[in-house]
Every structure is written in structure tokens, then in C-alpha cells.
Ligand binder design. Sequence first.
Ligand SMILES: *Cc1c(COP(=O)(O)O)cnc(C)c1O
Length: 400
Amino acid sequence: MNLEKIQEYDDKYYMNTFGKRIPVAFKKGKGIHLWSTEDEKYTDFFAGIAVNSIGYGHPIFTEMVSEQLNNLVHCSNLYYIEPQAQLAKELVENSCADKIFFSNSGAEANEGAIKLARIYFKKQGMPEKYEIITLHKSFHGRTITTLSATGQEKYAKPFEPLTKGFKKVPQNDIAALEAAITENTCAIMLEPVQGESGVYPCDPEYMKKVRELCNDKNLLLIFDEVQTGVGRTGKLFGYQNFDIEPDIFTLAKALGGGIPIAAVCAKESVAKAFTPGDHGSTFGGNPLACTAGLAVMKIMKDEKLPENAEKIGSYIKNELEKMASGSYSIISEIRSAGLMVGIELNKAIAPDIKNKMFEKKYLIANIGQNILRILPPLIITQKDADDFITALKESLEELN
Ligand SMILES: *Cc1c(COP(=O)(O)O)cnc(C)c1O
């Protein structure tokens, strides 16, 4: 089908939740490049919203997933599953978690984390501890409960009534957090670096105090690492950028390299609150998805992708800072962690820049009118970064 036909079908048959999309459909990817149905080549600096961290068509991923696809896709959690047991072991051995549960999406993993936090206190005879404090500008998902946890009203408002038991406070404000804690609080849930709202990292000092507060007040610390997990921030997991450990953290986006899989990861003392029947999933942790996860974890390790994210991420940040202090004063702030980069502009032309970059065959995104966001595959080289910076400079010059 050509693009026009695809757009016609989309218009006619697909629910209009995404509005007018960027006018392209892709049919093939390799490395950091995508090819459209119109046979045009694009360079991807958004990675399917931080999902395609290993790039496209990675030979190890393709081989492992193809073999599993030929053998067994799904069998249900009524039976033991080899790749599931292996991926759980892999995640435990490389993180602060002792136990894993697999889900299918970020929102679903966060729901699992919320359920785990509540039942942890219920089973200790403290049913009054059910409230979770989250942060303004956070994003935790699109289900009713994760919308209730999300600190951005625009997503949740149309779907009220929401799930009870969520309270929001400003990020990096320890006094506000402390003031919000009551005898009903059971957990604090946050993203180490807020992604969807504009790339806002938590301060290391704040994070340390949050951990101390959780210890002092007997609260669980939950990190939503759906976006920051699996190498994106320059460490395998985002929390490793801070000198602390969460009690529960969730993963999704990059974990399956595009095959849907998510994880709830927890310390043994917390994980043991889930006993048979408390939680479950039909698809969660199926052989295909877990094999995809194993392939991604292997590639992360073999190719040192977190290290590359740190190295190239710092390089890009440095280049952007040079631009900002040079003749590109339109750039007012750069916020980043590894290859999670937000570029704040002091002019409301972020969508125009994104479109200009698209004309130059670069895929990036904007958040509102003033923020550009890039989330390139973690396999990019310094040359790829240089080419991107050149295209960005041209776009800014042409529009400013
Ligand atoms: C993307 C995202 C989610 C939601 O993940 P889905 O797979 O779309 O449900 C939740 N939390 C964070 C931090 C995210 O970036």
C-alpha cells in the first residue's frame, strides 16, 4: 500500500486517538535507519519512543527471536517457561532486585507495582497504608489507575472518577514531599528522569533524601523505570545514576526491543507479599517476549550500550551546550541523562524544528511548543551524533 492508501484506511478504520500523524509509514529498519513505503531513508533519533535501543534488525535479536518464534510463542503461565526463568535471573543478577514479574506494557507493570505496594502493607496488618505520593509532571501510563498516579491533569481529567489514593507533589522538593506524608502513605513513586513531560532529572541530593525519608517513615520507594531502564540513561538502570536503591522498579519500553514486555522488579522482602492468586497475566512473560528480552540484555552487555549511551549522550550534551553559548542562543537549556535528551528553546518553534528535521529525514519529537526531545537508539556513533548536530544547526538557522 502507498502512504495515501494507508492514511485513508487509518482515517476510516482506526480510532482517532493519535490525530494527524507524521506523514510517513515505515516498512523496514536496519541499524539506526528506517525506510518508508515511499522508499525514502530516514535516520531515527527517537527509537519508537525509547523502545528500539538496540536499533533495527540486529542480527542477534533477529536470530534468537526467530528461533523462538519457530519453536514456541506462547503457552501460558500454567506451565514453567525457560526463557522467563532465564530473563528473571538475568535481571536479578544485574540489578538490586531479587524477584521479577513480567507484564506486557509500562502501564501494566506500574499497576503491578502499585498492587504490590498496597498488598505489602495489607499483609502486615496495616490496611490504612495505601496512599502513594507521585510527582507533578510525571507520567505513569494510560490505565485509570496509572492515570491517577500521573501528575499531569490533561491525561486524566476526561476519565474521572479516578482511582483513589494518589497525591502529587513537586519534583525535587523534599519539604513538599515530607509534608505530604501521612499515616496513610505506603509508597513514593517516581521516574528517576521524567521523560514524557520534557526530560526532567531528579537531583541526586533529593533522591538520597527521598530514600532516607522512605526508610524513616516505613514507606516503599518505587521507581518507574519504564523509560529510564535498560541502558537509556547511561547505566543499565536509571537508579544506578544515584547512590540509592528502590524497593520496587518497573521496566518496559526497551526491554523487548519492540516485542511487548514489561517487568515489575522488587526486593525479596517486598516481592514475597505477592502469594499465589494475588497477581497474574495471560501473555505476561511468554516465551517469545522473554527471548526478546534475553536478546536485548545480551546485546546491552556485549556491545556495552549503557556505556555508549553515557559517552555519546555526554558528547551530544556538550555539543548542544557549545551551540547554546555560541550563536544558537535560542537554546535556553539542555536537560539530559545518557541518551535521553531534552532541548528547551526560548521560542515556541519546537514543532517547526521537528518538521524541519523531518524534511531532512531525521526523526525527533517535540513536547509542546518549546521542548525538543531526542531518544536515539543506543548504538549511535559519534559520527551519527555529529551528523545530527549538523542537521539541527541547519534547521535552527533556516527557521530562526
Ligand atoms: C511510556 C511510559 C509509561 C507507559 O508505558 P506503556 O507501555 O505505554 O503503558 C509509563 N511510565 C513511563 C515513565 C513511561 O515513559
